[in-house]
Structures are given as structure tokens and as C-alpha cells.
Design a protein around this ligand. Structure first.
Ligand code: NDP
Ligand code: 2IT
Length: 445
């Protein structure tokens, strides 16, 4: 058995209780074998074993008091995966499905994604199994304060810089930052990103993941001689990533006809994004109220991907493993020829293999959704300079970064003689090469 297979095998046994982590590890390692054929010396240096083992995992108790005076306890985590190219960087997820497997998969993906951004950031991820749904403002604030009471001693602007992810947006980052500032007695806004504009946030960070996703899609279309105008597009999710992907897709003439949430989906040829924003960003409600609010469209319970919807493009922006083999087949049989991941790992490995075998243009999350963390790194730069750039300046940098990530994928496809549409191997090889070279240069640590 070769080096890569031995490592995959080892982790399959060692981390059998972490299925999402194994899934991410298999996807990355399987598509980067060529690096290890070229560099047999990496085996002796234990490069893969070091890449697959987080530098540090912190787990902690998060006690808080609900509005009825009852004490509740959640579990908090921070996975500091790899710091070879910069401070650990990655979001915090508050969702009942959070566990160590999910955060290790997200942290692992983040390492390679962050390497692709061209900016000096290592990879990490954190969060809690806390469910923000139905909680009052006071409960959200007390939870964030308790979470940060433990986390603050493990992070810092040059150490580890958390941001948002599912269930964590500007409101939560505000409460987390306030508590950090109180406990640390430091005024270092670069310790968290996704902050409000009035206290160190960056313009475009709110929109960055969704906008960046569409910038990446535009690069793919251009490279394949196609135009975005009139392309029918479906988007799963209706959170931060999905909303701004929809906005930028519409600005570029794409026809978005569907969005979804964890309960159901809307179909509407005249999809009204303002109504979606009102429901999701302001009311924090369910898409079930969409049709009544805007007077057109349809709402159905269940997954968007179980419906037969004709489309050119699918942008999965909800959560991991939304699309399995059966759903991937349904997408393709309904005419979908481009899939770009706004979420992290929304397609399982069988779905991805099916796209590649059927010549679907497929952009993996670590390339296509890197605009969010890249703009977080631009927020860190602005905080260090104690200065801020205009919307146009940040947006232009974001476009340039997404174009550069696309180009890095193409360069690796060329350099390793891969199939022309294999963005999966292109992105994984580009990201891994950078991290591995940085690790090897720094010795055995
Ligand atoms: P949000 O919490 O803002 O929104 C999540 C959305 O996904 C909600 O609409 C939610 O529905 C929906 N959702 C949750 N579970 C499911 C499901 N099983 N099926 C369909 N939809 C579901 O999170 P974000 O938009 O920030 O994150 C979405 C994805 O993008 C995640 O995978 C995240 O890791 C990734 N990502 C986020 C970045 C960021 O900057 N925020 C950057 C890069 C990637 P409901 O409202 O019903 O809960
Ligand atoms: O998955 C991701 O890249 C994010 N949630 C964004 C992380 C960040 O640090 O901005």
C-alpha cells in the first residue's frame, strides 16, 4: 500500500467516530496523490500525518442562564488546525449538529482554502452545539459572553482569529468582541472578523462569500466561453452566503428561480430577494411565509434537491452533505452543467465523482467560497493599519483574489496534466503545495 492509502487507512480506523472529518480527508488526499509521487521524501518527513492532525483542539463547558432563570450548558470548541502560513483563521458555527467531527472537517478544509486566498492565514474552526433558533436577544448575548469567557485566552490578533459561520453573524460577533475586549483589556479589533463597520469591520465582508462565489463562477464561465446572462440558477440555503450569492447572480443577469432553508424551498421566476432578506436577516423566520408576503411563487417542504427543477447552475449554500449521488444525478438529468459550492462540503464524495465523470463544471467550496475568509483577512489588514478601504477597493481586491484562485486551479491542472475540468484536484493540489512547503521549511514542529 502506498503512502497516501496508508494514511487514509490509518485515519479511517483512528477517527472512525468522526465521519465528516474522514470524508473531507479522503477527498483531499485522494486528489493530491500526484504531489506525493513527485515528492517521495515527504513520506519520511511525515507530512501527511502532520497535516491530518490538528495542532491543537480546545473543548470547554459553556454555561449560561436562560430567560426563565434555568442554567443551560453547551459544549464549546476551537480546533487550531494548522498555523504554518499565518494565525489560525476560520469561523465559529453555532448549530445543534456541531461536534468534533464537523469542526475537524471544517478546520481541515479551511487550511487549504486559506492557503488559496494568497493571504497569510492558517486554518482553524470552532463553535458550539448551541441552537440559536428561538432564543431571545438576552439569551444570545449571555451565551456569546460565556463562550468568549473561555475562548478569549486562546485567541489573539496574531494567534487565532475567529469569525462567523452558520448561526454566527454580525450580532454574535459584536457580543463576542465586546466580551473579548472586557476580559483582555486590549483594543485589538483584529482578533475577530465580521465586526460591525463602526468598530473595525470591513466593508464587503457581509457580502463577500456570496459575491466571491459568483465572481468565481464568472471566471469559470469566461474560461469556458460562456456568458452568465439568462442562465437559470438554483440556490440552496437562504442565509448569509445564499443571499449575497443570489444578489450578485441577479446583478450579472443570471435568473435565480429557487432558494431554500432547513425546512423547505421556494420556487419563483420573479424571486424577490428583498422579501427573503426581510424573512431571514430581520425576522430570522422561515421561508414558509414567503408566498404570503410577496404574493407570488410557491413554497414546498423538503429539500430543493428532491424536486425536479430545470436549471443550468446550482449553487449549494446551505450546509454539508446536502447533495448525495441520487440528488447529483437528478441535478444533471435536469440539465444542470455547473455546480459551485458556497457551503463547505455540500456535495458528498460520490456526488463529486459523478459530476467529474459527467463533465459537469464543478467548483469545490475551498476554492469557490474562499471570498469570505479572504475578505476577513483584508479586515485584519485594515485593523493592523488602523485604516479602512472603500467598498469599491475591497470589492476589487475580492474580485482579484477569486480570479487568482481560479488561475491557481488552472495552473495545477496544467502542471499535473489533469483533466481540464478537474477543479477539485486543481484546488487541492494548489492549496496543499503551499501549506506543505511552509511546513517543511519550518522543520519538525
Ligand atoms: P447561515 O446560518 O447564515 O445560513 C445557513 C442557511 O442554511 C440557512 O438558510 C439554513 O436554514 C440553511 N440550512 C441549514 N441546514 C440546512 C439543510 N440541512 N438543508 C438546507 N438548508 C439548510 O450560514 P452561512 O450562510 O454563513 O453558511 C452557509 C454555509 O456556507 C455553511 O456551510 C458555511 O460553513 C459556509 N460558509 C460560510 C461562510 C461565511 O462567511 N459565512 C464562508 C464560507 C463558507 P434555516 O434558516 O432554516 O436554519
Ligand atoms: O468557512 C469559512 O470560510 C468561513 N466561515 C469564514 C471564515 C472567516 O474567518 O472569515
Amino acid at each position: 500500500m502506498g503512502y497516501v492509502d496508508r494514511v487514509i487507512d490509518y485515519y479511517r480506523q483512528k477517527d472512525a467516530q468522526n465521519p465528516e472529518f474522514i470524508q473531507a480527508l479522503e477527498e483531499v488526499l485522494d486528489s493530491t496523490r500526484l504531489i506525493f509521487d513527485r515528492h517521495p521524501e515527504y513520506e519520511k518527513l511525515g507530512v501527511l500525518e502532520r497535516l491530518c492532525e490538528p495542532e491543537r483542539v480546545i473543548m470547554f463547558r459553556v454555561p449560561w442562564v436562560d430567560d426563565n432563570g434555568n442554567v443551560r450548558v453547551n459544549r464549546g470548541y476551537r480546533v487550531q488546525f494548522n498555523g504554518a502560513i499565518g494565525p489560525y483563521k476560520g469561523g465559529l458555527r453555532f448549530h445543534p449538529s456541531v461536534n468534533l467531527s464537523v469542526l475537524k472537517f471544517l478546520g481541515f478544509e479551511q487550511v487549504f482554502k486559506n492557503a488559496l486566498t494568497t493571504l497569510p492565514i492558517g486554518g482553524g474552526k470552532g463553535g458550539s452545539d448551541f441552537d440559536p433558533k428561538g432564543k431571545s436577544e438576552g439569551e444570545i448575548m449571555r451565551f456569546c459572553q460565556s463562550f468568549m469567557s473561555e475562548l478569549y485566552s486562546h485567541i489573539g490578533a496574531d494567534v487565532d482569529v475567529p469569525a462567523g459561520d452558520m448561526g454566527v453573524g454580525a450580532r454574535e460577533i459584536g457580543y463576542l468582541y465586546g466580551q473579548y475586549r472586557k476580559l483582555s483589556k486590549l483594543n485589538t479589533p483584529g482578533v475577530l472578523t465580521g465586526k460591525g463597520i463602526k468598530y473595525g469591520g470591513s466593508l464587503v465582508r457581509t457580502e463577500a462569500t456570496g459575491y466571491g462565489l459568483v465572481y468565481f463562477v464568472l471566471e469559470m464561465l469566461k474560461h469556458h466561453g460562456k456568458k452568465p446572462e439568462g442562465l437559470t440558477t438554483i440556490i440552496s440555503g437562504s442565509g448569509n452566503v445564499a443571499i449575497y450569492a443570489c444578489e450578485k447572480a441577479k446583478q450579472n443577469g443570471m435568473k435565480v428561480i429557487a432558494m431554500s432553508d432547513s425546512k423547505g424551498y421556494i420556487l419563483d421566476d420573479n424571486l424577490d430577494l428583498d422579501v427573503v432578506k426581510q424573512i431571514k436577516e430581520v425576522e430570522r423566520g422561515s421561508l414558509a411565509s414567503y408566498v404570503e408576503k410577496c404574493g407570488h411563487g410557491e413554497y414546498h417542504e423538503g429539500s430543493l434537491y428532491d424536486a425536479n427543477i430545470k436549471c443550468d447552475i446550482a449553487l449549494p449554500c446551505g450546509t454539508q452533505n446536502e447533495i448525495d449521488l441520487e440528488r447529483a444525478k437528478r441535478l444533471v438529468s435536469n440539465g444542470c452543467w455547473l455546480v459551485a459550492e458556497g457551503a463547505n462540503m455540500p456535495d458528498n464524495n460520490e456526488a463529486v465523482a459523478y459530476y467529474l465523470a459527467n463533465k459537469v463544471l464543478f467548483a469545490p467550496g475551498k476554492a469557490a467560497n474562499a471570498g469570505g475568509v479572504a475578505t476577513s483577512a483584508l479586515e485584519m489588514s485594515q485593523n493592523s493599519m488602523r485604516y479602512s478601504w472603500s467598498f469599491e477597493e475591497v470589492d476589487q481586491k475580492l474580485k482579484d483574489i477569486m480570479a487568482s484562485i481560479h488561475q491557481q486551479c488552472l495552473n495545477m491542472i496544467d502542471e499535473y496534466n489533469l483533466e481540464k475540468h478537474n477543479y477539485v484536484a486543481g484546488a487541492n493540489i494548489a492549496g496543499m503545495t503551499k501549506v506543505v512547503e511552509a511546513m517543511v521549511a519550518q522543520g519538525i514542529i
